[in-house]
Write a protein that binds this ligand. Structure first.
Ligand code: PYC
Length: 333
């Protein structure tokens, strides 16, 4: 670890999942777009990702958000995962909005809502923050378009039928009971074992070219269970990202992919507002409508709107020292 300036962050959680927004101390990043800045960070400063997110300063599920300037939107941000970089992250977008408010970078000034645009590596999205008595009561964002790739895929080495969909990240979606996954805190260990095995197996099929229209590897496996209670569609879900990592929140990009799947399966109507619930019983509200002009793309695209809330958990000044043998961080699987 070279000499590290003090890096400051504001930390929050969105329905249980952490977001560490970097507010100062990073080297200047080169590049015109946020995606370029993310590439510059990945090429030249990746040790700062592991410094900030891995143990002993973080953990496998920690997500970082680097706030940048943007030439296309009010703010720019790219997302750091403990293993990778994310083109989009829903729970972290909600965490970022609450952090911008905490820092005074957005202010209600007597209004009951405000809106700003955010450039993320996957595109420009719009974010609406709602207030009551100057306190945030919800953060909604219109995500990048979501779409289905394929339904009802069956491969002999994969223990359940699955669908593939995009919602800002690439997902395999599996009905939880069909894979004997229990969507409760006690079911997490088993879900991570099944999910990480399935992710590896599907990516091997994608690498081998066995799945038409799918060139990208999937990021995550989403286990879901849908029901209607008094007419309200409740989508309970758990997203597995890695063998030691699951999304504690209902997952913004995962919920977006799930909305495309539900509409295409006729289980919900376009525009219908559903509950997307995590295993901790904390909810996002979500809906999606078909995109009026999806260009020449054969798949129907949907504009998802996801709403949730985050809470500030603290602020940090991280100090790196050259004689720390674990300055670059570590993770145990
Ligand atoms: O909320 O989109 C999301 C997300 C992706 C990875 C962790 N959270």
């Amino acid at each position: 670890m070279p000499d590290t300036p003090n890096i400051t962050t504001v930390d929050s959680h969105t329905a249980g999942h952490p977001t560490r927004v970097v507010t100062g101390g990073l080297p200047e990043l080169q590049g015109e777009t946020v995606a370029d800045k993310m590439d510059d960070f990945a090429q030249h400063h990746d040790h700062l990702r592991t410094f900030l997110l891995h143990e002993p300063r973080g953990h496998a599920a920690m997500v970082g958000a680097v706030l940048t300037e943007s030439t296309q939107a009010d703010f720019g941000v790219f997302f750091l995962g403990s293993y990778n970089y994310l083109p989009m992250c829903g729970h972290a977008t909600i965490g970022l909005a609450v952090t911008l408010d905490h820092l005074g970078l957005i202010q209600p000034k007597g209004r009951d809502s405000l809106q700003f645009n955010l450039e993320v590596p996957a595109g420009v999205i719009s974010v609406r923050v709602r207030y009551e008595n100057e306190q945030i009561i919800s953060v909604g964002f219109k995500n990048v378009a979501a779409f289905m790739i394929a339904a009802d895929l069956v491969f002999p080495d994969i223990p359940a039928t699955f669908d593939l969909a995009y919602g800002g990240n690439w997902y395999a979606l599996i009905e939880a009971r069909s894979a004997s996954v229990d969507l409760t805190p006690n079911g997490v260990r088993h879900a991570m074992d099944v999910g990480s095995f399935v992710k590896m197996a599907i990516n091997a099929h994608i690498d081998a070219g066995d799945i038409p229209h799918m060139a990208e590897r999937i990021h995550s496996v989403l286990f879901h269970q849908g029901s209607r209670v008094d007419g309200q569609f409740i989508n309970r879900q758990l997203v597995v990202l890695a063998p030691n990592k699951f999304d504690r929140s209902p997952c913004g990009t995962g919920t977006s992919a799930r909305l495309a799947q539900l509409i295409e399966a006729g289980e919900i109507q376009p525009g219908e507002r559903i509950v997307s619930r995590n295993i901790l019983d904390v909810d996002f509200m979500a809906s999606a409508t078909p995109v009026s002009d999806a260009g020449d793309c054969a798949k129907t695209h949907y504009d998802p709107v996801i709403e949730g809330l985050a809470h500030i958990t603290g602020t940090h000044t991280f100090i790196g020292s050259q004689d720390d043998p674990l300055a670059d961080g570590f993770l145990c699987n």
